[in-house]
Design a protein around this ligand. Structure first.
Ligand SMILES: NC(=O)c1ccc[n+]([C@@H]2O[C@H](COP(=O)([O-])OP(=O)(O)OC[C@H]3O[C@@H](n4cnc5c(N)ncnc54)[C@H](OP(=O)(O)O)[C@@H]3O)[C@@H](O)[C@H]2O)c1
Length: 330
């Protein structure tokens, strides 16, 4: 039996709470500490999730010698700072998407992981969903011929309070980093190479962040990804992989899918259906622990070169819109 992996969580927001729930379902995981920017939130979170230590600063958690790996659940603009702080204290890190706010930060973060010889991974749930792994076999078995296009849409249709991270530029808010990252990561996963051309259009709303956008990526053999993303628009969250002999539809919600269909001559010829176990964050936590047990410093399913490549694509997309974040260091 492998050793227990001791986790810490930085931040007490929405996704951190879900991550704590996910860890409870994994026998190998032990959640031993949480940190917030204030003691009250840390204590409340620790009580809710039955966590022994509650720190009033992120620094104190990073310095805790008992922790093996830290989950970073802060807004995008803090991913670099928080991850680096933990890695400099010898901790492995699972950092929420988007990995950073730009490629420059992503490259530095990966460099520091190498220097400190610690594990680092971007938390991108779809990479670890069993159905998507099975779907990839349809492609490698040649069932749709050569893949020529990907079409994917990921939209949240929320109303967000002023100051909430989603649309606040200082926090790296906006549709590109928040949900666009899913469709870009999906295209990257399918084509497994960097695009040679990137164009996009985005709408910057009254808060100064991108409320919605589209991007077209073109690859060296003429393959194209047609991607859309939005935070205030009601849309179907599905994906298509289009080949020379057929196509695959990943049904809604494509980022955590339970159904995919294979079409040949416009007829559905095969289907994969698979339930999601838990709240899906468990899959990425399991992958981190598998890698730690095997002594890996990164996951083959979400490699670090790809997290950098995805940030480079997002830099290029927003360059076409002239969008920068207040704390951009491009
Ligand atoms: N994988 C997924 O399905 C998924 C879903 C939603 C979000 N996410 C990602 O998870 C991250 C956090 O999203 P969330 O929805 O959990 O956000 P959230 O509810 O707003 O929580 C963010 C937390 O970050 C901390 N924080 C530190 N500095 C902050 C600042 N200046 N302003 C606001 N909060 C600050 C706060 O915790 P303390 O007060 O305790 O310090 C806050 O509760 C983002 O990267 C997001 O893209 C992933």
């Amino acid at each position: 039996m492998s050793q227990k992996i001791k986790w810490g969580i930085i931040s007490t927001g929405h996704i951190s709470s879900k991550f704590a729930d996910a860890l409870k379902t994994l026998p190998q995981a032990e959640l031993i500490a949480v940190a917030s920017r204030n003691q009250e939130s840390a204590t409340e979170f620790a009580k809710k999730h039955n966590i022994p230590k509650a720190y009033p600063t992120y620094q104190e958690l990073a310095a805790d010698p008992d922790i093996d790996v830290v989950y970073i659940g802060t807004p995008h603009s803090f991913h670099f700072e928080n991850s680096v702080m933990c890695m400099r204290k010898g901790k492995s890190v699972l950092c929420e998407k988007a990995f950073t706010i730009n490629a420059k930060e992503a490259k530095e973060m990966v460099q520091i992981a190498h220097e400190e010889n610690v594990f680092l991974m971007e938390a991108m749930i779809p990479r670890h969903i069993p159905l998507l792994k099975k779907l990839k076999k349809w492609i490698t078995d040649g069932r749709i011929g050569d893949v020529r296009m990907v079409k994917a849409s990921r939209c949240a249709h929320g109303t967000f309070a002023t100051g909430a991270r989603h649309l606040t530029p200082e926090l790296g808010g906006g549709s590109l980093l928040d949900v666009g990252v899913y469709v870009i990561s999906f295209a990257s996963w399918i084509f497994n190479k960097a695009p040679v051309e990137v164009v996009g259009l985005g709408h910057i709303g009254e808060l100064g962040s991108d409320e919605q956008g589209v991007a077209i990526l073109k690859y060296d053999k003429g393959e194209i990804a047609d991607l859309s993303f939005a935070l205030k628009t009601n849309a179907v969250d599905e994906a298509y992989i289009l080949g020379t002999n057929g196509y695959i539809k990943v049904h809604e919600l494509f980022a955590v899918p339970t159904k995919a269909s294979l079409f040949v001559n416009n007829k559905e010829v095969d289907v994969i259906e698979e339930v999601i176990i838990g709240n899906a964050l468990n899959y990425e936590a399991e992958e981190v622990m598998r890698c730690l047990n095997e002594g890996l410093k990164e996951s083959p399913h979400m490699p670090l070169y790809e997290s950098i490549q995805i940030m480079e694509i997002m830099d290029k997309i927003r360059k076409t819109w002239d969008l920068t974040y207040p704390n951009d260091k491009i």
